[in-house]
Design a protein around this ligand. Structure first.
Ligand code: GCV
Length: 717
C-alpha cells in the first residue's frame, strides 16, 4: 500500500475514533445543560428520575422535551416517562390535563396564561416535584425555571416557586432591514433570511424562539423602526407569517414596524393623513390581510415624525390621531399599537431632552385603549447613563412601555464588556415621585402605579447571525438580563448576573463570584471612560464609535457633541435649570426642586443638569476638573482590573470562550484609554488646568484624535 494512502487511512481512522470535539462557540447560550456536580447531581437523579407529562399541545410537548433534554444533559440519563406520579417524579401539567391537581394547595387560578408554580410535595404518599400552570405556555416557562435552578446549583429538595410575569408585553425590537443589514447591529447580518423566506425556515428560528422563551420574552418586532413599506406587501407578510408559525409554539408573537406613508408608497393613495377615511380604510384592509396570514399577529410599532420618518404631524395631526387610527385597524383582531415617543424635530430650537415630553404630555388620556406609548429609558438616546425620561410618571392616563437598548450603540458596541443589568436596574428603580415617594419606574411600566393592564418592556435586540448570536459571549448576558427584567422589573442585576454566569460557564463559586464582580462594575466603568458625571452624546458622528466631543459642524445643532457638553472657559455641562432650558420642570416638583441645585443633584447626573465651573468643589473636596480626570482614570483602571480578574479565571473556562473574552478585554483596554485621552486632550483646551498629580498626559496631541476616521464601522444606518 502506498505510504500516502496508508497515512490517509490512519488519519481517517483517527478522526472517526476521536471524541467529537464540539467547540464552545457560544451558540448554546445559557442553555448548555452540562453534567451537574454534587449535590445537584444526586438531587436530580433522585427527584427527576421519571416524568408525568400528560399535555398534548405542541407547547406542552416542547416543555416536556426541554425538560428531558435538560435532565439528560445534567444527569446523563433521561427520565422515564410514566403515566401516574410516583416518588421521584416530576409532574408537569396543567389543571385541565390533571384534574387531580385541584386537590393540592397550589392556587393555580390566578396564574394567568404565563405563570407557573414549582413545588416539592408529597401526594398520596409519593414525593414529587410539580411544575404546574394554568396554560401550556406557563408549563414551558416553568420548565425553564426548574432547569435554571438545577444549572445554578440551587437546592432542589424544598422548591416553592410561584412566578407570574409583571408585564404583559416582553418584546424584542429588531432594527433589522430587508437587505439583512442591521441598524446598530454588531453581531453579523440579520438572522432573518428574508430572501429565502417563506420557503426556507432555517433551524436558527426555532433556536431563537427557544432561547427567548427561556427568559420569558413573548414577542418580537421583526423589522427596523426606520421601516420600509415593502414589509407590508403580500410577499413580506407571507415571510413574517412563516416566522410566526415557527415562533407560535414558544409563545412568541410577531409584530411589524409600520411606515407611516405606506398607504401612499404601496397603496396608491395621495395622502397618509390619519383623518382621511381612505387612509383609515387602507390600514384596516391591510390589518385584515395580515391577520388572515398571521391570526395572532401582535400589532404595529411606529416611529413617526422622528429623525426624518414621516408621521401624522406632516398633516397637522397629533401622535394620538395617528396612533388611534392604526389602533382601530387592529382592534377587531385583538392587536395593539406601540407608538414611540422618541421624537425631536429639526425646526424645534428647544432642548432636545424636552421635546418628547412637550409633544406627548398634552396627549395624556387621548390614546385608544389598545395603544401603548413606548418611551426610551432616557430623554436623549440610550446614552451610557441618562436620568430617566420625564414622561415616566407624567402620563397617568396612558400605558407607557419602557424601551431599552440591548445592542450597545453607545456602550462599546460588540467588544466592550459592559453588562447592562445595572443600567436596567438603575432606571427601573428610579423614583418619579408621581404619586409621592416610591412611584418607581418599575411600577409605571408594570401598570401598578396607575392601574393599567396593557403593560410592557421592549429591548432593541443585539441578536444577529454570528455563531454566538450577540457579537460576544458577554453580550449574551444583556439579552438574558433584558428578558429577566421584563418578566420582573424589580429583580436584581446582580442576581441575574449570577444566574447567567453559572448557566453560561460553570456554577463553581470560585468562578461566579469574581466574574459577577467584574460584570457589576463594568457599565460604571464605561460611563467613567466615556461620559462621566452626566456628560452625554460625545460619540463620533454616524457610527457612534469612539470619542469626538469636538464635533460642531453638523447640520442640526443637536447632532453635535458640543451641543450636549457645552464646554467653555468657565466650565462644562448643560444648564437644564430655570436659568437654562428648564428641563427640570418636566419632573415631579419634589424631584425638580432637588435638581435645581448642583448641591442636591446626584453627582452622576451633575453635568446633565448643570453647567459647572472648572474649579467648583465637589463634596469630595476635589475640583470639578480634577474629579473629571479621576473619573476617566477610574474607568480605564477598571478595565485593567477586569483583564487581571479574567486571567485568573482561565481554569474554569473553555479555551474558545476564554480567548474571545481575553481579546475583547484587550480591545476594550485600548479603546478606554483612547476615550480617556481624547476627552482629556479636548476638554483641557477649555479648562486650561494642569492634569492632577499622577494623571498621565494623553498619548497623542488632540489633532491626532480628531483625525481618526472609521468609514466602515459596523451598525451604521
Ligand atoms: C432606529 C438613535 C439611533 C438610530 C435609531 C434611533 C431610534 O438615533 O442612532 O439608529 O434609529 O435612535 O431609536 O429610532
Amino acid at each position: 500500500m502506498p505510504m500516502q494512502v496508508f497515512c490517509y487511512i490512519v488519519a481517517m481512522l483517527f478522526l472517526a475514533l476521536a471524541p467529537a470535539a464540539s467547540a464552545e462557540d457560544g451558540y448554546d447560550l445559557w442553555l448548555r445543560y452540562p453534567k451537574a456536580q454534587e449535590p445537584v447531581l444526586s438531587a436530580l437523579s433522585s427527584r427527576a428520575n421519571s416524568l408525568v407529562a400528560p399535555g398534548k399541545s405542541t407547547t406542552a410537548a416542547l416543555a416536556r422535551e426541554e425538560l428531558i433534554k435538560g435532565i439528560k444533559g445534567l444527569t446523563g440519563r433521561a427520565p422515564n416517562q410514566v403515566s401516574a406520579p410516583q416518588t421521584g417524579a416530576i409532574w408537569l401539567t396543567t389543571l385541565a390535563d390533571s384534574p387531580d391537581l385541584a386537590r393540592l394547595p397550589l392556587s393555580l387560578s390566578d396564574l394567568g396564561p404565563d405563570g407557573y408554580v414549582i413545588r416539592s410535595l408529597t401526594t398520596d404518599g409519593k414525593s414529587v416535584t410539580i411544575i404546574a400552570a394554568a396554560k401550556d405556555q406557563g408549563l414551558l416557562y416553568g420548565v425553564f425555571h426548574f432547569l435554571r435552578l438545577a444549572q445554578t446549583g440551587a437546592t432542589l429538595d424544598q422548591i416553592a416557586v410561584r412566578s407570574v410575569p409583571r408585564t404583559k408585553l416582553r418584546l424584542l425590537n429588531h432594527w433589522d432591514n430587508l437587505d439583512r443589514t442591521v441598524e446598530r447591529g454588531y453581531s453579523g447580518e440579520s438572522i432573518w433570511d428574508w430572501w429565502r423566506l417563506p420557503d426556507w425556515r432555517g433551524p436558527r428560528y426555532a433556536d431563537y424562539a427557544r432561547a427567548n422563551a427561556s427568559i420569558g420574552i413573548n414577542g418580537t418586532v421583526l423589522n427596523n423602526v426606520n421601516a420600509k413599506s415593502d414589509s407590508l406587501t403580500a410577499p413580506y407578510i407571507a415571510k413574517a407569517a412563516a416566522l410566526a408559525d415557527v415562533f407560535r409554539p414558544y409563545g412568541i408573537k410577531v409584530y411589524l414596524s409600520a411606515r407611516w406613508t405606506a398607504p401612499m408608497e404601496i397603496g396608491g393613495l395621495k395622502t397618509a393623513d390619519p383623518l382621511d377615511p381612505q387612509v383609515a380604510a387602507w390600514w384596516k384592509a391591510k390589518a385584515d390581510e395580515i391577520y388572515r396570514a398571521i391570526p395572532d399577529f401582535g400589532g404595529f410599532l411606529v416611529k413617526a415624525n422622528s429623525e426624518g420618518q414621516p408621521g401624522p404631524q406632516d398633516y397637522k395631526r397629533t401622535h394620538a390621531d395617528g396612533a388611534n387610527m392604526l389602533a382601530a385597524a387592529v382592534k377587531p383582531h385583538g392587536g395593539i399599537v406601540m407608538w414611540r415617543a422618541f421624537v425631536y424635530a429639526h425646526d424645534n430650537p428647544d432642548d432636545r431632552a424636552k421635546q418628547a415630553y412637550a409633544d406627548f404630555k398634552p396627549l395624556d388620556g387621548k390614546f385608544a385603549d389598545n395603544v401603548i406609548v413606548q418611551v426610551k429609558n432616557g430623554a436623549i438616546d440610550f446614552q451610557p447613563r441618562e436620568p430617566f425620561h420625564p414622561l415616566f410618571g407624567a402620563m397617568p392616563k396612558t400605558p407607557l412601555m419602557m424601551e431599552f437598548q440591548i445592542t450597545k450603540e453607545y456602550l462599546g458596541q460588540s467588544t466592550h464588556l459592559t453588562y447592562l443589568g445595572p443600567l436596567f436596574e438603575e432606571t427601573l428603580k428610579s423614583d418619579t415621585f408621581a404619586k409621592g415617594k416610591g412611584s418607581t419606574i418599575a411600577k409605571v411600566v408594570d401598570g401598578s402605579l396607575e392601574g393599567h393592564t396593557l403593560t410592557g418592556i421592549a429591548g432593541v435586540a443585539n441578536i444577529g447571525g454570528d455563531r454566538d448570536w450577540s457579537g460576544s459571549i458577554f453580550n449574551q448576558a444583556d439579552w438574558y438580563a433584558f428578558g429577566r427584567f421584563a418578566w420582573n422589573p424589580e429583580i436584581s442585576a446582580e442576581a441575574v448576573a449570577q444566574e447567567w454566569a453559572a448557566q453560561t460557564f460553570t456554577a463553581d463559586p470560585r468562578f461566579v463570584g469574581p466574574v459577577v464582580k467584574m460584570m457589576m462594575g463594568s457599565r460604571e466603568a464605561a460611563v467613567n471612560y466615556m461620559t462621566p458625571l452626566g456628560l452625554a452624546h460625545v460619540m463620533a458622528t454616524g457610527h457612534h464609535y469612539g470619542p469626538a466631543p469636538w464635533v460642531s459642524d453638523l447640520a442640526r445643532p443637536e447632532w453635535n457633541p458640543v451641543y450636549y457638553h457645552r464646554a467653555d472657559a468657565n466650565g462644562i455641562g448643560f444648564d437644564r435649570t430655570r436659568s437654562g432650558s428648564n428641563a427640570i420642570s418636566q419632573y415631579a416638583p419634589q424631584l425638580a426642586r432637588r435638581l435645581a441645585s448642583p448641591k442636591t443633584t446626584a453627582e452622576r447626573d451633575l453635568l446633565w443638569f448643570h453647567h459647572i465651573g472648572w474649579d467648583y468643589r465637589l463634596p469630595s473636596g476635589e475640583t470639578l476638573w480634577t474629579n473629571l480626570v479621576h473619573h476617566y482614570d477610574a474607568g480605564v483602571a477598571y478595565v485593567g482590573e477586569m483583564r487581571t480578574a479574567w486571567d485568573k479565571l482561565r481554569p474554569y473556562v473553555d479555551p474558545e470562550r476564554f480567548s474571545q473574552t481575553e481579546t475583547f478585554l484587550a480591545i476594550q483596554a485600548r479603546e478606554a484609554r483612547w476615550w480617556r485621552d481624547a476627552s482629556i486632550a479636548y476638554f483641557q483646551t477649555f479648562s486650561k488646568r494642569p492634569l492632577p498629580a499622577g494623571a498621565s498626559p494623553p498619548e497623542h496631541p488632540l489633532d491626532w484624535y480628531e483625525a481618526q476616521r472609521f468609514p466602515y464601522a459596523p451598525g451604521n444606518p
